[in-house]
Design a protein. Sequence first.
Length: 695
Amino acid sequence: MVGAQRGLSILAAVAALAVTQAPVGTNGSGVAVSRADPRSVYEPSQKEYYLAQEMVDVLRPGLKMTINGVTNIAPGQKPVVDFTITDDFGNPLDRTGATTPGVVTARFTVAVWDGLYYTNLIVASGNPSRDTNGTWQSVSDGRYKYTFAAALPTFDPTMPATLFGGARRMLTDLLGKDYFVNTFKDLVPATGAAATTWGATTTAMCNQCHDPLAGHGGNYTEAKTCAICHNPNNMVGQIPGSGGEPPEDRGKYNGQVFWHKLHAGLDPEIVAVTYPQPIRPGGATFNGQRCATCHDPKAPMGWTWFTYPTRAACGACHADVDFATGANHSPQNLAMANDDACADCHAPVGDVEYDASVINSHILPSESAQLQGLNVAILSATNTGAGQKPTVTFKITDNKGNFIKPNATGLTISLLLGGNTKDYTSSNAGAQPISQSATGAAYDPATGIATYTFTTAIPADATGTWTISAQSRRTVNLVKGVGGTIAYTEGAVNPIYDVSVDGSDVVARRVVVDLAKCNACHYRLATTFSHGGQRIAIQFCVICHNPNANDGGRRPADGSANPPESISFQRMIHRIHTGEELTQDYTVYGFTGPSNFNEVTYPGDRRDCVRCHTSMATTNLPPPEGTLNVVTLRDYFSPRGPGTAACTGCHDNQDVAAHAYLNTTTFPDSTQPTEACGTCHGPNSDWSPAKVHAR
């Protein structure tokens, strides 16, 4: 960060001189440039958004690459690529960095397409590679011809092929970032005609989590680029369960194997991955795999995952299956010497759920058509003043509107009461909300309306808006088409019903995080992590995960040697997603024991706050009035202000804690510390969260 700032300072000085010497519309070298207000071109999440116009004119941000044409894609020949590189405004770039800032490097390869897989024709030391040491010819400003160093091997030039071009513009010293671009030209080499090639998924599907996809030092940013190398024709070797996988075996990097094992976390020799969605094949622990998370059904080849089953692809996740011996290839323990007969048993789609077909066998239980649905609505609440015991009417229904009584077999339902919505903190032990089972609620079968009166009163000193909510679930046994059942806990979305306890206007709790954004990566957060699938709405989660909440009720008692850990969301969620980047331990004791989050591998970029937050405005400092300090007994100091708690959730090292501590004070006649974060990190400052997190 310091280096980038130093670079910008130098560039600012250069820009000042350039602008005074050059007419409008040219840069310091007199080259005509297209100009635009950076705030009309870039988003606030991008560094360029904050550049002054004169700095944009000199720096010329961005990198775009266009392949104009290619010749000599033939056996024994060295391809010649004609391409153009420009900035974000369409202005030409000097690849040497002599007349425009930043050296631009390029790499190329050619891969033949056989209808299912690529074969990369550029190979080095037995591995698929790229050509970077060829010769250059400058055609005009920003336009070049590159001649491969390597001659192409023997191949069929009448088959479709892809020319890959990748470029990197190095501006880290000046802007704190490099630019990367991948581009392609699909053609039939023999004729030059356009061709259709790989399209099993889209980069957008990857970037639901990866934000963005950036392999091998950031040089490869498109899923199609990955397929050009990670294919079974180049990555030749053993496949899962076919009789052994020596460590040097190149076959484990075949995409059919590699990507499945990578996301399933089944090959620690490659990398340890914590996948954010359910992926537990087979047996009693089955809770589904959503293949369409990665395989884009709208892509040209989005069908291959269910129409072309292979031992490599299937065995990568179903790691207990040994195709060589047939072990665990149920129900007949069939040995498979090749993939020819896979589709005989595993049709694309079957007649019933959880049969042997590919699509039906991967249905998430939460998506099963056998589920009837579970819904809870709070209809009204009376006696909601401070010191009173609220009476709540609610209704439970299935998706067809059929009434479900509160004491139905297998059903659980609890009502919760928490406040104040400025920041939840009451009432039991000052942390957890009032929670009571409502299975014994009075029930009218004619209307489906249930009535329950809390046995605990709202605290007499309560003020403002309080929230009534509910959690409900039931276990459903889903019938498998191949025999047996799957036990699944079906949960209802938590209703939010706000009431005033003192006659003031009802004020809903601020919305900081969007559940849809969580589920872009997690698909269904409740199924993956959320307390048996019954805690679904983010606005429900924060009632319990409040500034005073901790895991003391579950953590083994050991006095001051083992203080409880905070589970306040602004600390907890930031720490979980920081994971392996944490400098401190973050272990939380829950219903099933301790969960340590220091090995979580977050696939995105934590600077992208709006990946989870509703907007950057929700990250502004200082936090809204009424936001409470957070008790953090296992950290360097406690309590800490709400802004400090949020920021040190990610920035958890001692230096940051010291900085925050020195800028926190407790005024006379107060027992709560006050933080000064907003002084330097306010929304319009140079050190605002939006600006320092810009990428």
